[in-house]
Design a protein around this ligand. Structure first.
Ligand SMILES: CC(=O)N[C@H]1[C@@H](OP(=O)(O)OP(=O)(O)OC[C@H]2O[C@@H](n3ccc(=O)[nH]c3=O)[C@H](O)[C@@H]2O)O[C@H](CO)[C@@H](O)[C@@H]1O[C@H](C)C(=O)N[C@@H](C)C(=O)N[C@H](CCC(=O)O)C(=O)O
Ligand SMILES: Nc1ncnc2c1ncn2[C@@H]1O[C@H](COP(=O)(O)OP(=O)(O)OP(=O)(O)O)[C@@H](O)[C@H]1O
Ligand SMILES: N[C@H](CCC[C@H](N)C(=O)O)C(=O)O
Ligand SMILES: [Mg+2]
Length: 489
């Protein structure tokens, strides 16, 4: 494709060189530059891409996209385009390079602190019940129907995103449902996309700290951007921050609620427990009048179901397909039951902050466990708030907290646990420390009493432990299976 075509919707100043040359690819990591590619220089959290221009030019880059002048002589045959924001430019150029695949799909983007991953799976399940082929992008990775594609970020960089969209269109997908993280919005990974449906689940403090967001206000502002780049906005009317999220919105708004008048409302909410099943049932009024069942417990599951129902209803999906899709959905690592023994329950969940830990533990208490035991750690290089808060919540709601390893990254488990213990002390929580996560799980299973619930928090779908830059394979399902074998269960 010609450079001029790639830049058709981009605002830039051409500092040197011609625009009619053929470009083979767009690259934003100098280590991957090849002949005839464009190298986009992005200022990062760790390094500045502009520092690698010399290397990129040596490898044959045909064009450079820069935010500011660089201090090396650039050969005349290399085109240099100056832009205000290179990440934004990458998004606009990538969309053009892949032929605007987003415009060939019905795009559904979800933002919010909690519920995004779960809800993307619910929406996919419903759309598939209606016979649609669906692409999905989020924390667990990307899916084209059943085919898995690896993804580094919840919301991938714009180049990868448009490449995935193209693969989805080529595979016959009509819909894509994706998580739009606040960092994704802040870093322009979805710039230029006009979502058909933009969804807001809820908002609470998270992702605040070095490398993430400077403040809660900035976090909220980033999430609100989605409602300036979608056609139909679907928002949680019960969330206390909803007004901040829809401030300056440019879309048509639709609301859902469990408490007040809205376009779709849930009532008569109850816990499913017949035949040993866990989950929720509820009825709806407003644009749909139905009785619905979902096999993921928690009042939050009712909210996730409402978003799914309202979005799919607006997309013209039948009530029958909506109800079937909800009834069937299961999400890896989201309140996932693992069969171990008929005497006690083991659950894998991804809660890793205050709001989700409180939600999941409160929910599980509704099933009246003899003891509620939590196994968790805190992620290294992530907000310390999560640690203090999780400590305080598990201290308040669980009978025992077993502190262990969860991606300490560049930090020491000791230091992370000490932060968690500050929270535990506030609520007078009982705890023990077992650094090795499999050993912690084994301890709980070995000592379980009839009626106990053991909930493993924070790793969810993950299959690794990230320690000092190395990712070691670790899957909680496999760890549980090994423990069962070792204990002859
Ligand atoms: C802090 C952060 O957000 N970093 C993201 C960012 O990396 P960066 O640009 O800051 O990286 P950098 O190492 O400073 O490099 C700067 C530039 O120099 C280039 N470079 C670097 C080295 C070199 O030799 N040559 C070279 O050209 C890099 O390719 C890059 O373009 O841009 C990368 C590409 O988009 C992201 O993969 C990366 O996400 C990291 C892995 C990350 O952990 N991000 C988290 C905070 C995040 O975004 N999370 C959200 C939400 C998660 C959730 O709640 O589910 C998400 O959407 O994933
Ligand atoms: N709507 C909700 N409100 C509060 N907690 C929720 C909600 N939905 C799910 N949870 C809890 O939060 C955990 C994470 O849910 P999920 O992965 O769906 O959220 P997410 O928004 O994708 O989060 P992340 O940003 O971490 O990827 C679940 O394992 C569950 O414990
Ligand atoms: N995706 C989120 C949650 C990860 C949860 C926990 N397993 C951790 O590694 O901190 C993040 O990267 O902040
Ligand atoms: Mg997610």
């Amino acid at each position: 494709m010609k450079l001029a075509e790639i830049c058709e919707e981009l605002t830039y100043t051409c500092l040197q060189g011609e625009m009619e040359k053929e470009i083979s690819d767009i690259i934003y990591d100098s280590r991957k530059v090849e002949k005839d590619t464009i190298f986009v220089c992005m200022v990062g959290a760790v390094v500045d891409g502009h520092d690698f221009v010399e290397d990129a030019v040596k490898k044959g880059a045909a064009a450079l996209v820069v935010e500011h002048a660089v201090e090396i002589d650039i050969p005349e045959n290399c085109t240099v385009l100056q832009v205000e924001d290179a990440r934004y430019a990458l998004a606009i150029m990538s969309a053009a390079f892949f032929g605007h695949p987003d415009r060939e799909l019905t795009t559904i983007g979800l933002t919010g602190t909690k519920g995004k991953t779960t809800t993307t799976y619910m929406i996919k399940s419903v759309l598939e019940e209606a016979g649609k082929k669906v692409g999905l992008i989020g924390t667990i990775g990307a899916l084209i129907g059943e085919e898995k594609l690896p993804a580094k970020n919840t919301t991938p960089e714009s180049y990868e995103l448009h490449k995935m969209f193209r693969a989805m269109v080529d595979a016959g997908c009509e819909y894509v449902v994706m998580e739009v993280s606040s960092q994704g919005l802040k870093m322009h990974r979805v710039a230029g996309i006009v979502f058909d449906y933009g969804i807001f689940t809820n908002l609470s403090p998270d992702h605040i700290g070095p490398n993430e967001h400077a403040s809660f206000e900035e976090y909220q502002e980033c999430k609100s951007l989605l409602f300036r780049q979608c056609k139909e906005g679907i928002v949680n009317a019960d969330d206390e921050h909803v007004d901040g999220i829809i401030k300056n919105h440019t879309c048509k708004l639709h609301t859902f609620s469990c408490k007040k008048d809205a376009d779709l409302m849930a009532g008569a909410v109850g816990y499913l427990d017949e035949e040993g099943q866990i989950g929720m049932h509820f009825t709806t009024t407003g644009c749909m009048n139905v009785y619905a069942v979902v096999h993921i417990p928690g009042s939050f599951s009712v909210y996730n179901s409402l978003v799914t129902m309202l979005t799919c209803h607006l997309a013209g999906i039948s009530d029958e397909a909506i109800l079937r899709g909800l009834d069937k959905v299961k999400v890896r690592g989201r309140v996932e039951l693992v069969p171990v023994s008929k005497d006690f329950t083991v659950i894998i969940d991804y809660a890793h902050n205050e709001v989700s830990t409180r939600s999941v533990l409160t929910t599980l208490k509704e099933y009246h466990p003899k003891r509620l035991i939590c196994v968790y750690g805190g992620g290294g290089n992530r907000s310390k708030l999560r640690r203090y808060d999780m400590g305080e919540v598990t201290g308040e709601l669980a009978d025992l907290s077993v502190l262990t390893c969860d991606n300490p990254r560049d930090e020491e488990i000791r230091d992370i646990n000490n932060d968690i213990k500050i929270g535990l002390a506030k609520s007078n929580g009982k705890y023990i420390e077992i650094d090795d996560r499999k050993a912690a799980i084994k301890y709980c299973i070995e000592n379980a009493k009839k009626g106990d619930m053991i909930v493993l928090l924070g790793k969810g779908h993950e299959d690794y432990q990230e320690i000092k830059g190395v990712k070691y394979h670790f899957d909680e399902r496999e760890a549980i299976a090994e423990v069962k074998k070792e204990l002859n269960l």
